[in-house]
Design a binder for this molecule. Sequence first.
Ligand SMILES: Cc1cc2nc3c(=O)[nH]c(=O)nc-3n(C[C@H](O)[C@H](O)[C@H](O)COP(=O)(O)OP(=O)(O)OC[C@H]3O[C@@H](n4cnc5c(N)ncnc54)[C@H](O)[C@@H]3O)c2cc1C
Length: 477
Amino acid sequence: MTGLATLEARLAEDLACLALPAAPWVPAREGVTDVLVVGAGMCGLAALAELRLLGIDRSLAVDAAPAGLEGPWDTFARMRTLRSPKSLTGPALGLPALTFRAWFTAQWGAPAWAALDKIPKGQWMDYLRWYRRVLALPVRNDTRLTDLRGEGDLLRATLQTPQGPEVLLARRVVLATGRSGLGGGAVPAVLQGIDRRFWAHSAEEIDFAALRGRDLVVLGAGASAMDNAATALEAGAARVDLLIRRATIPAVNKLTGIGSPGTELGLGHVSDAWKLRIHHYAATQQVPPPAHSVRRVAAHANAAFHLDCALTGAAVQDGRLRLDTSRGSFATDFVIAATGFRNDFADRPELADLAPHVLCWADRADFPADLPKDGPLGQAPYLAPDFTFRERVPGACPALARLHCFNDAAMLSHGKVSGDIPAVSVGAKRLGRAIAAEFFAEDVETQFARLQAYDTPELREGDYHAAPHLPQARRGG
Ligand SMILES: Cc1cc2nc3c(=O)[nH]c(=O)nc-3n(C[C@H](O)[C@H](O)[C@H](O)COP(=O)(O)OP(=O)(O)OC[C@H]3O[C@@H](n4cnc5c(N)ncnc54)[C@H](O)[C@@H]3O)c2cc1C
């Protein structure tokens, strides 16, 4: 047996010891999928795996991407390695044989594991491909959710598939649609009217070969800013100027620094006021780019970090792009906006029917007056403990109680358990267990009928005999 085959046998044995997956127990409904997971990136796979371990086996995932190209890792992620330490257990759901470490060691051995510094991003994607295969997770690729609406006590999902449009009815839908899952790339207003030949968002496909010998500007100082700048420099860009609004690049990774089972389990458990206070503070401090990514850029003499430099205007002039900044104006050939993501349902036509009803944090009366209502905290959905959306007007859209938000946008309500690698298993278990409990409660009449109908005897005739008499009372007793 190869190393991987041995690991797979060990995983099968571990699952057998834990009596997993549980036997299916959710009553079938003709033509109805129990849970449709939209997105088969890391979060979607972990959620689907947990549901199936819990015996909710009429569940499946769809992903718009081709098989094996879900998420950023082999598409627009331009770093060489993950930022995360190799020791994180990610989507392993508490199963040692399902960890990256087990997968890696099975193939390359313990010395190679000890020698490994950070996980190459392509190798992380290979691990996710294996994860999906070894758990036999049902995923339909090249399949995009294009519309979602309530239908009775179900959700009606319209899918664009290679064979054409298809309608799927599901009791629950989980949106595991990633960083841009409830919106898209955040782009500075000054770029928005500019011809797309002159700029791209960092999460888009970019023809770096075409930037060879040309001048380039990268906006931002996060991980993606560094990775895109480095990729352009390595592709032969003439010069790369990074425009950074802050006076210094953030250097301390605050929330990661206090990472613990306490933060994983507790950040979603504290009061709303504390959630806002913690996430507002963390957002203000910002996440630093990984040191190795910064060094990858700084190694090039034709790279320049411009601090205290905000972009204030942009215009096409003589075939180039003139940029106005808080420190003066200059011309360049192309801009990459590494400016992150935002929640804006306008970018998500598949949610157009439901989005107007979604309660966001800014809709709440106790949302602090000193925080912008249209900022990332204000626009984050105010989720229930099972990750479902809540209605802005009670009773206006009951379908939202069947739609679970298991992506980055859940962070303010639930903590960092549905986006990054460290605590994705915590999130998947919270989600899966909530859905299991709700299915039982919703089907309680059927479950009660099953209870009544269940008649498999554990004792047989002859296992005992009824005594004809009570014992005689003892003398003096
Ligand atoms: C460049 C980059 C580097 C990162 N590096 C790290 C790191 O080192 N460590 C760490 O902990 N985290 C990292 N992250 C954060 C996080 O781990 C990743 O974003 C991760 O991919 C999140 O997984 P996900 O499943 O939520 O989203 P994704 O992996 O993005 O998967 C979402 C999937 O949903 C699909 N989808 C979206 N809309 C639809 C639709 N309508 N119909 C069908 N399918 C749809 C997409 O095709 C996609 O495959 C990084 C993120 C980025 C962007």
